[in-house]
Design a protein around this ligand. Structure first.
Ligand SMILES: Nc1ncnc2c1ncn2[C@@H]1O[C@H](COP(=O)(O)OP(=O)(O)OP(=O)(O)O)[C@@H](O)[C@H]1O
Ligand SMILES: [Mg+2]
Length: 232
C-alpha cells in the first residue's frame, strides 16, 4: 500500500532522514519507533506532503506522494494526526470534527456516528470548546477528526505522548479497533512496548536510518530493542 524507498529529508544543512526504506501493507499496523530526534516525525510529514524529500520515493498504490499537495494526499485516503494533537481552540468538539470531513461533506453525518461510536466522550462533550478538553480527550478528538476524512491509511504521531497510563491503554485499544474495522495504521511511538504489542511489524529508527526491522513480537524479544528502548 505504502512504499518508502531510500528516503532522504534535510532541513537546510541538517540531514534528518538519511536513506530510509519501509513498507506498509493493506490492513497492517506498522510502527516506527526510535529516540527523540531519530527522524520519525520528519518521515511522517514527508508522507503527508508537508515536507518534500531531497531524494527517494514515497508511493501509495500507484501515486507518487512526493508530487502531490497535502490536500490531494488527504483526498487519496491518507490522514495524519500530528504530534501534539493541534485541535482547533475556540471551536467546539463538533466543529473540529466537521473540519476533518471538509473533503467529504456528503459522508459527514454517517462518519460522525462512526466517530462518536468509537469515542463516546466526544459525543458527550460535543459542544465544549476543544481547548478545554483534557490531554487524553484532545488526543481522541485529533484522532476522531482524522477519521472524519474516512482514511484508508491513518498516520499517528506519538498518540500516547503525555497521557496517563489509563488513557494510554485506551488509546492503544482504540488504535487496534480502528485497524480491525479496516483502516491501515502507521504508528509512530516512543512507547515501544505498547506499540510493538499491537503492531504487525515495526522499524527501529536511529539517527535518520532504519537500524532494525521485524514483526512486533520479534522486536519485543530482541536484545538490542530491549536494551535501548524497553529498559533492558
Ligand atoms: N524544522 C526543522 N528545522 C531544523 N531541524 C529540524 C526541524 N524539524 C526537525 N529537525 C531536526 O531533524 C531531526 C529529526 O527530527 P524529528 O522531529 O523528525 O524527530 P523525531 O524522531 O520525531 O523526534 P521526537 O521523538 O522527539 O518527536 C532532529 O535532529 C531535529 O532537530
Ligand atoms: Mg516526533
Amino acid at each position: 500500500m505504502l512504499n518508502v524507498t531510500n528516503l532522504q529529508v534535510n532541513y537546510g544543512a541538517i540531514k534528518a532522514v538519511q536513506g530510509v526504506d519501509f513498507t506498509v501493507n493493506d490492513g497492517e499496523i506498522v510502527t516506527l519507533i526510535g529516540a527523540n530526534g531519530a527522524g520519525k516525525s520528519t518521515v511522517l510529514k514527508t508522507i503527508s506532503g508537508l515536507l518534500r524529500p531531497k531524494a527517494g520515493s514515497v508511493t501509495y498504490g500507484n501515486l507518487d506522494l512526493t508530487k502531490l499537495s497535502a490536500s490531494k494526499i488527504v483526498a487519496a485516503g491518507i490522514a495524519q494526526v500530528p504530534e501534539g494533537r493541534h485541535v482547533f481552540a475556540g471551536l467546539s468538539v463538533m466543529e473540529n470534527l466537521k473540519m476533518g470531513a471538509y473533503l467529504q461533506p456528503k459522508h459527514q453525518a454517517d462518519q460522525l456516528a462512526v466517530v462518536f461510536d468509537q469515542f463516546p466522550v466526544l459525543k458527550e462533550r460535543r459542544n465544549q470548546d476543544a481547548a478545554t478538553l483534557s490531554g487524553g480527550e484532545q488526543q481522541m478528538l485529533a484522532m476522531g477528526r482524522a477519521l472524519m476524512a474516512r482514511p484508508k491509511l491513518l498516520l499517528l504521531d506519538e498518540p500516547s505522548m503525555g497521557l496517563a497510563p489509563i488513557y494510554i491503554n485506551k488509546i492503544f485499544a482504540i488504535i487496534k479497533a480502528i485497524n480491525a474495522s479496516g483502516t491501515t495504521v502507521l504508528l509512530i511511538e516512543q512507547n515501544a512496548q505498547q506499540a510493538l504489542q499491537i503492531a504487525d511489524r515495526g522499524y527501529v529508527l536511529a539517527a535518520g536510518t532504519v537500524k532494525l526491522t521485524g514483526t512486533g513480537t520479534d522486536l519485543l524479544n530482541s536484545e538490542a530493542v530491549r536494551a535501548a528502548y524497553l529498559g533492558g
